[in-house]
Design a binder for this molecule. Structure first.
Ligand SMILES: *[C@@H]1O[C@H](CO)[C@@H](O)[C@H](O)[C@H]1NC(C)=O
Ligand SMILES: *[C@@H]1O[C@H](CO)[C@@H](O)[C@H](O)[C@H]1NC(C)=O
Ligand SMILES: *[C@@H]1O[C@H](CO)[C@@H](O)[C@H](O)[C@H]1NC(C)=O
Length: 356
């Protein structure tokens, strides 16, 4: 797919030299739904396509500047990530800096990870410096312009969850507003490098994820991602994470127009908010419209012991499930997110709102 695109671009460039600039040529070469040819992504396991694996295999170090990790086709969705679906379908190149387990900033709610003997690589601390170093390499970014590259940020699941805000494990004094400020800082950092097309994916209804749901609604008791859940009042914690994720989304909904339009924080840029919270809510309440039969939105496909293994896959196709495991959207859900992402970028999705 990628190589086809490069060849197509080259042949058109030869056929029509210097007419309307590279962007026009690229657009002619491969018209695609979103009108972009590179998707740069930051985030956590919802988006990671193999980067945490690189850190694990390389003593907790990021790929050196100018190098990407090997791309995996078995992500936390049990299949592809939403960004892989979106890039594939748009005929775009995916440059994915997302790392499983990541938060927005390790200066706010750091979480440590034994296998790399350090904190999970966060967006501001790790993913952004990698991206900013990489853009100097023509091998990775041969023709990046303001128009042909879209930047997606999907972060919050770990920041708001257990071992972070939900368990009051953030750095003392840090708040959920600091988290939202961090998300805006991510845009500042990309903006500095010339990025002008941003998409912020908001927080999903985490209280519906089996990890945070009450057992009466298909939620887990103790699980691999929250080994002590049964010691908590789950009614309260489920409500708390609902408070946190809806509050973050309201801060984004009200904050992005203020930052983008009123304060002109990112002149000439567009910021789309992709309301995945509503999309997940719709999948949850009308599964037959989205998932294959027999559908399942309360439970999850890949069920593991608290220790992390062994795991048993549940009956039916993974494509009937909203959740792959107790925290992660399934392959099917990721495909739906990827498809809707392209509609948001194209400016024609009911889940998208554009600000500039
Ligand atoms: C994920 O979904 C895609 C598209 O529907 C499908 O081709 C692929 O087989 C699925 N992968 C898994 C592991 O279910
Ligand atoms: C883990 O990192 C700390 C410093 O942060 C270091 O003192 C320790 O030796 C490291 N442990 C291993 C097993 O590498
Ligand atoms: C758990 O919290 C809910 C909501 O605050 C409360 O109604 C319930 O009594 C609590 N359960 C226990 C066992 O404390």
């Amino acid at each position: 797919m990628r190589f086809t695109w490069i060849l197509a671009g080259a042949s058109v460039a030869l056929a029509k030299p210097n007419k309307g600039g590279l962007d026009t040529l690229v657009a002619l070469a491969k018209p695609n739904k979103g009108g972009f040819d590179t998707l740069v992504a930051f985030g956590n396991s919802y988006t990671d396509n193999g980067r945490l694996g690189y850190y694990i295999n390389n003593g907790g170090e990021a790929p050196p500047p100018g190098e990407m990790h090997d791309e995996s086709t078995t992500t936390a969705s049990g299949g592809l990530s939403w960004a892989q679906f979106a890039a594939e379908s748009a005929g775009a190149k995916l440059m994915d800096y997302a790392v499983s387990g990541a938060v927005c900033s390790n200066q706010i709610s750091p979480r440590s990870f034994d296998l790399i003997n350090r904190t999970f690589p966060a967006i501001l601390d790790d993913q952004m410096p990698s991206f900013q170093a990489d853009v100097a390499f023509k091998s990775l970014y041969p023709h990046r312009t303001a128009e042909n590259t879209v930047y997606a940020v999907w972060i919050g699941t770990n920041d708001l969850g257990f071992d972070a805000f939900l368990s009051d494990s953030q750095i003392a004094g840090k708040t959920i507003s600091d988290f939202v400020d961090c998300v805006f800082s991510v845009l500042d950092e990309v903006y500095k490098t010339g990025g002008r097309r941003f998409v912020l994916l908001n927080a999903v209804p985490l209280e519906l994820a089996p990890l945070y749901a009450h057992p009466n609604n298909g939620g887990t008791l103790d699980s691999q991602f929250w080994k002590t859940k049964s010691q908590y009042n789950i009614t309260e914690y489920s409500q708390k994470i609902r408070e946190y994720s809806t509050s973050v989304n309201t801060m984004l909904e009200y904050g992005v127009p203020v930052m983008a339009s009123l304060r002109r924080r990112w002149p000439k840029a567009t910021v789309d908010i992709f309301d995945v919270h509503s999309l997940f809510g719709d999948i949850y309440s009308e599964p037959t419209k989205f998932l294959e039969a027999p559908h399942n939105v309360d439970s999850y496909y890949h069920q593991c012991e608290v220790a992390g293994s062994p795991c048993v896959d549940q009956p039916g196709s993974l494509d009937g499930y909203l959740w792959f495991d107790e925290l992660h959207p399934s392959n099917k859900t990721s495909a739906i997110v990827g498809q809707n992402f392209l509609d948001v970028v194209a400016g024609k999705s009911k889940y998208g709102s554009r600000h500039h």
